[in-house]
Ligand binder design. Structure first.
Ligand code: ATP
Length: 435
């Protein structure tokens, strides 16, 4: 993939209001990003598509939204206090902090050739304090994954919804990791959002369920618009597995900076429920009333990143096309993901009747479709802007519209233009958007 593509995507994100550097006016906070008007729409569409596929479309998955702050014992039980470390070395000359994994046994700093300190463990959890006194008794952590919020609610879901195995819990929310080497735009940050499912299964059928989930999640990315050629599945070798996992496969995307993880799908065995049962003193076993036995289910966990997926969808959708000798930049996002479905653009902004008609059409459409109005430039420029944010249909209102009560509808990908009666416009667009 074109390695310059990432710079082009970053520049488009800023230029068009998708993603901005956080605290920009203060010089920016490194590796921290804010989602602007189109970015938040794209992110919401992505999360909605995930929720639709994994909660609404199924009978066996329950949504929830746990707090970011949890009882500190939960992190002892999960193993994060003992095991959530990266090894890091510091360069004695340029002071750069480097992850041992990235150094690949190099003994000198790859940046300046300086001497490196010995590798030391570095816990990735952000610490904070509850209440006014900052002592160890009040120490809390910002969650480094949303998963634990679902494990500790396992019994609540059983008691309130009475599901039978297999069933799952799904959640989307913020997580925090004090990463040693954040970077590649929104790919690796210290504050990010995850979309995770904890799917509880009978240990006997766990391997099969893992395979099903890998297929299911792989196909979700393709259905939502990612080019299949840019996706692959990478099973983990035994040495690579996390301490709780029996097996894991990553879904990777061919980013401009190389193949990298989008989502991991793991068989977490009965580790989590057993540990929380042990640390909380509560019985977290499932009762199978056919077999009349109690046991800890295994957990299959598809765990993906919202921001990482968003970056994959953005880079995949970014196209430059030669249109009559000029480069057209167009974001070919799918119908579900495109932040704006329709834009209404008046052709002559010095004609008040045209503006009034265009505004009226916008208001009518807004009740049914995500629609914006823009009259701040000439039509060529307005089209360019809409192409760059991936708007699916542009509706232009011109002098003739006043007479023949028709508008021109332009389709993003083909750039085909059609005259459509104003009275049919809503139906025409809804049909195009929903079929
Ligand atoms: P990596 O090896 O890339 O750090 P990981 O294997 O530690 O990721 P998991 O713990 O499996 O990641 O988290 C599940 C998902 O959460 C990842 O696939 C990724 O999409 C997302 N994620 C994890 N860490 C970050 C981060 N620092 N920034 C953005 N997204 C992240």
């Amino acid at each position: 993939m074109d390695s310059k593509k990432i710079d082009k995507v970053v520049s488009l994100c800023k230029r068009r209001g998708f993603i901005f550097q956080s605290s920009d006016i203060y010089g920016g906070l490194a590796n921290t990003w804010d989602y602007g008007p189109y970015g938040v729409e794209l992110k919401n569409n992505l999360k909605r598509a995930w929720w639709q596929a994994n909660v609404y479309a199924r009978d066996d998955i329950y949504g929830m939204d746990a707090a970011i702050l949890m009882h500190p014992k939960a992190w002892e039980a999960s193993g994060h206090i003992d095991n959530f470390f990266d090894l890091k070395s510091d360069c004695k000359s340029c002071k750069k902090r480097l992850k041992s994994e990235d150094l690949k046994n190099k003994s000198k700093c790859p940046e300046c050739g300086g001497e490196l300190t010995e590798a030391r463990p570095f816990n990735l959890m952000f610490k904070t304090h509850q209440g006014p006194v900052e002592d160890t008794a009040n120490l809390l952590y910002l969650r480094p994954e949303t998963a634990q919020g679902m494990f500790v609610n396992f019994a609540n879901i059983l008691d309130s919804r009475h599901p039978k195995l297999p069933f799952g819990i799904a959640q989307i929310g913020k997580s925090f990791r004090n990463e040693i080497t954040p970077g590649n735009f929104i790919f690796r940050t210290r504050e990010f959002e995850q979309m995770e499912i904890e799917y509880f299964v009978n240990p006997n059928g766990a391997d099969k369920k893992l395979e099903e989930w890998i297929e299911n999640r792989f196909n979700w990315y393709i259905a939502l618009g990612l080019n299949k050629a840019n996706l692959r599945k990478r099973p983990h070798g035994k040495e690579e597995l996390a301490h709780y996992a029996l097996a894991c496969t990553d879904i990777e995307y061919n980013f401009p900076f190389g193949w990298s993880e989008l989502e991991g799908i793991a068989n977490r065995s009965d580790f989590d429920l057993k540990r929380h049962a042990e640390y909380s003193g509560k019985d977290l076993r499932y009762f199978d009333d056919t077999a009349k036995e109690r046991f800890f289910p295994y957990i299959i966990e598809p765990s993906g990143g919202v921001d990482r997926s968003l970056l994959a969808f953005l880079t995949d959708a970014y196209h430059e096309e030669d249109v009559r000798g000029k480069i057209r930049v167009v974001l070919k996002l799918s119908r579900e993901l495109a932040p704006v479905k329709t834009a209404v653009l008046p052709l002559l902004k010095n004609r008040p009747e045209i503006i009034e008609l265009a505004r009226r059409i916008t208001q009518g459409l807004k009740k049914h479709i995500v629609c914006i109005y823009d009259d701040t430039a000439a039509i060529g420029k307005l089209y360019r802007r809409q192409d760059e944010v991936g708007t699916l249909y542009c509706v232009t209102v011109d002098v003739e519209s006043l007479e023949d009560k028709q508008v021109t509808v332009r389709e993003r990908d083909t750039m085909e233009q059609k005259r459509i009666g104003i009275d049919r416009l809503k139906e025409y667009l809804l049909e195009k958007l929903n079929n």
